[in-house]
Design a protein around this ligand. Sequence first.
Ligand code: PNS
Length: 160
Amino acid sequence: MRAVCPGSFDPITHGHLDVIRRAGALFDEVVVAVGRNSAKNYLFDTDERVELVRAAVGEQPRVRVEVLSGLLVDFCREQGADVVVKGLRFASDFDFELQMAHINHSLTGLETVLLPASAQWGTLSSTMVREVASLGGDVRAFVPPLVAERIAQKRSPHHG
Ligand code: PNS
């Protein structure tokens, strides 16, 4: 069975990578879908987010990274995927994910599997990573090295 792991990935964190890895253990194939939530302002544009997700995921025979534009249900249909996998951290995630799962199921019957985030990354968020980075903090514990590097470059573009 083919699963889609959708998200903004702004930027991808160890928490996302953990969910992607575990989805890979549950399903035959995983398509990581880099999308856009119209309610959000992004640090990295879509091309940058895709590039960083591809680099972070690396070469894995059963995992691909694609751009998600338009509706998630349409993307899943095009990709031949019947299920979406999303990580779940705390109660506030649940309310939002439940709403999305319901609307996606009513649209095309697309199923959603909610994976509890592992304890280590249970409360990590890209928003917190961006906040810490924007105030000069060290985010290397939370994101892959390339992502930490690229965030640092965003902060001081003159230094490379
Ligand atoms: O990491 P995020 O911000 O929670 O990811 C959200 C994303 C991109 C997965 C979500 O906004 C999405 O599925 N966008 C595609 C449009 C869509 O189908 N929305 C759900 C029905 S309202």
